[in-house]
Write a protein that binds this ligand. Structure first.
Ligand SMILES: [Zn+2]
Length: 382
């Protein structure tokens, strides 16, 4: 806490300076400066030694960071004005956040901005940076009936680009901004969009890095960089055709499997039983098939399908409503059913149970045994 400071304090819209507070016995790194009543609060980390109350201290202000922040602050004026012009809407600035690396700009807009629109904004701004200068005019506020000095920021020839009241830090000419590019544009809440942009070396680095990615893509797909956009569109179209065909084949295969499984059903008394091994890639496919089969077997039916994996077995059991009493499916019952003492992971949803158990425990439970078990249960039930 200091009585006076050369650091700029953080106030609405203004970013505080960064730097160091030091003397012979201590060194303190300052990240943020705020006004606290009549004093100045410096937030940061003590790097070395210690600083005592009433000690005299020196201040080192990081002028490079201050300069970069003043560049970004100035860019904000231009961005604000350019978005208003290009989008032709009553643009409401919903806040901007700047630091020495990036600038973030929030504004009101319900629509997504196309890459083309963003490109136009970037191009116009980059042109403006070469031609515009900034003039600061001091003006005394009359509206507030107080003698407050306000700075009028005039950008472009006699304010042709923008005129705004602002007491922030500005650069003298936009030429020092160098280059501007938008790195992201997204909706952050209803009617509020956020633009994140870079300037100068950071912008150039970003553009070059992305150019390298495009060059690599062009090399990998063996196509000229000029035609890359159309070529990628063609590749995506072809991919869609193949995926549709693959989907069609999958559906056909599913239908065949369902037919094949239905042919394998057998009767024990008047109960329809389906107990068989099934080979499928995904659990989702298996569930789909079971549900399809269940629509065909509506009464007195028991479906048990199992799929072998390297170390475990997935077993799916589905019974019709009239068999629910017969198969009160719980881990304990299933352990008895499969004659195993091994761990069984069992998940039950109404009339469908999914079991995961080890191959060892299941291998003793051959088709024949299961058939006998089902038969015994049915006899008991009768
Ligand atoms: Zn300003």
């Amino acid at each position: 806490m200091l009585k006076t400071t050369t650091f700029i304090c953080e106030t609405c819209g203004k970013i505080s300076d960064v730097g160091y507070i030091y003397n012979e016995i201590g060194n303190f790194k300052v990240y943020q400066v705020r006004k606290y009543k009549t004093l100045y609060l410096h937030l940061g980390v003590l790097l070395q030694g210690c600083l005592f109350i009433y000690n005299n201290v020196n201040i080192y202000l990081d002028k490079v960071v201050r300069y970069k922040i003043s560049i970004h602050h100035t860019v904000m004026h231009l961005v604000n004005a350019m978005f208003k012009r290009v989008l032709n809407i009553k643009l409401v600035n919903k806040g901007f956040f700047i630091n020495s690396k990036t600038l973030t700009f929030d504004f009101n807009n319900y629509k997504n901005l196309s890459n083309r629109t963003l490109f136009i904004i970037e191009q116009l701004l980059n042109n403006e940076f070469i031609t515009s200068t900034i003039i600061l005019k001091k003006q005394t506020s009359k509206q507030l009936k107080k003698n407050i000095q306000l700075n009028l920021v005039v950008i472009g020839n006699e304010g042709s680009f923008s005129i705004e009241i602002c007491n922030g830090m500005h650069i003298k000419t936009t030429r020092t901004i160098g280059c501007f590019c938008i790195v992201s544009d997204k909706t952050i809440s209803k009617g509020r969009r956020r633009i994140v942009a870079l300037t100068n070396k950071n912008a150039i680095h970003y553009v070059l890095k992305n150019l390298l990615i495009i060059k690599n893509i062009s090399y990998n797909i063996k196509q000229n960089i000029k035609n890359i956009e159309n070529n990628i569109k063609n590749i995506l179209n072809k991919q869609k055709i193949y995926l549709d065909y693959l989907k069609h084949l999958k559906q056909k295969k599913r239908k065949q499997i369902i037919k094949m499984l239905l042919d394998q059903t057998f009767y024990i008394f008047d109960y329809k039983i389906l107990f068989t091994k099934i080979k499928l890639d995904s659990k989702k496919d298996l569930l789909f098939i079971i549900n399809k089969i269940a629509t065909k077997l509506v009464k007195k039916s028991i479906i048990i399908l199992y799929g072998l994996k390297t170390h475990f077995i997935n077993v799916f059991i589905k019974v019709t409503k009239d068999c629910l009493k017969l198969f009160t499916i719980s881990c304990e019952n299933l352990k008895n059913f499969f004659k195993t003492k091994q761990t069984i992971i069992c998940i039950t949803y109404h009339d469908l149970s999914y079991i995961k158990t080890c191959i060892k425990s299941f291998s003793i439970c051959f088709t024949k045994t299961v058939k006998t078990i089902i038969q015994n249960i049915l006899i008991k039930y009768k």
